[in-house]
Design a protein around this ligand. Structure first.
Ligand code: P6P
Length: 329
């Protein structure tokens, strides 16, 4: 862990923090910093809309499904528009992979970065006032800027990420991200319109007693998962499952725990998407000292063949994920 990170005052603004550590990146020319600012800005706008959805008729479904076949919520569409607009105006993104868009969005500009984003994960919880989130991954494009974005640009393994993180729209709104040199969390103060450093050098506890999984699907779980659940039941663990990935992940990051979405009878390759859910959180959790596995391989090393592909995920405290993996051996 870089010593330079110790001692930054809690309460420093996101902008000052980004500037302070901008030189950490190879060929630091400020574009990645600008991209992080674009995400923070869009997050402020989405936060405002999420917080008053019920008042301005933004709750509920738009009556159509997204490309995943899931009932699209009004805020899903709005959040997608906000983030795409922020990236388009910012000029640093060359292409965008979004859960809400079947095709990769080539911005036909000189942007050096590829963004993979789930603009609003867990949006079915909006109507019941449960925390939801945005998840993002950032890669450098491999082909020269100014040329059409290629398949190789968008189908990169998670180990190629230059930054990743999430926004959590909860009792407070937070931005948590990594650029490969640790994980830092910023809390948004809507009265000042600023994010302030509130969680510096975040580390996930090596072990924990919280497990997050939808046990209603257990009849379709692989045997090793049910064997691990029996271990949890026999060793005084607590089940905590909000049904909103970012909220479950964030709690486990702070307290220690494991989130699991295995293959099931319905989701035979897993439900969560590799490019804009699993890889981003896997980068964050590894940078915080945790692990992210498919049960028998490291999530970040999967070479994608489809931008919307799904994978099973077991993510959280190292000791818990290792124990889960031991049942797959
Ligand atoms: P299930 C929300 O749709 C989501 O992608 C995650 O946020 C959440 O953890 C999971 O799916 C919930 O899925 O099948 O348990 O309802």
């Amino acid at each position: 862990m870089e010593d330079s990170r110790i001692g930054l005052p809690i309460g420093v603004t996101l902008d000052r923090f980004i500037k302070r550590f901008q030189d950490d990146f190879p060929y630091a020319t400020g574009e990645l910093s600008q991209l992080l600012r674009d995400i923070a800005l869009a997050g402020k706008v989405v936060n405002r809309e999420v917080n008053k959805a019920g008042l301005i008729n933004l709750s509920g479904s738009i009556g159509s499904d997204n490309i995943q076949g899931e009932d699209q919520q009004k805020l899903d569409v709005l959040a997608n528009i906000r983030f795409i607009r922020a990236f388009t105006k910012g000029g640093e993104a060359g292409a965008i992979i979004s859960e809400e868009d079947e095709k990769v969005i080539d911005l036909h500009n000189r942007g050096k970065y590829i963004i993979a984003i789930d603009p609003l994960d867990g949006s079915s919880n909006i109507d019941v006032n449960v925390s939801i989130g945005t998840i993002f991954s950032i890669y450098r494009r491999l082909s020269p800027v100014g040329t059409p974005v290629t398949k190789e640009d968008v189908l990169q393994p998670g180990t190629n990420q230059v930054a990743a993180g999430y926004l959590l729209y909860g009792s407070s709104t937070m931005l948590v991200y990594t650029t490969g040199k640790g994980v830092n969390g910023f809390t948004y103060d809507p009265t000042l319109g600023e994010y302030f450093l509130s969680h510096q050098d975040m580390r996930i506890p090596d072990d924990g007693k919280i497990y997050s999984i939808n046990e209603a699907s257990c009849l379709g779980f692989p045997d090793p998962v049910n064997e691990y659940l029996t271990y949890c039941h026999e060793h005084a663990h607590n089940s905590r499952y909000i049904g909103s990935l970012v909220a479950d992940f964030h709690r486990n990051l702070l307290k220690g725990g494991i989130y699991m979405y295995p293959t099931t009878a319905t989701y035979t390759t897993g439900k969560l998407r590799l490019m804009y859910e699993c890889n981003a959180l896997a980068f964050v959790v590894e940078q915080a000292g945790g692990m992210a596995s498919t049960g028998n391989s490291r999530i970040l090393e999967i070479v994608p063949n489809n931008v919307h592909q799904r994978c099973p995920i077991f993510i959280g405290s190292k000791v818990m994920v290792e124990r889960l993996e031991s049942y797959f051996m």
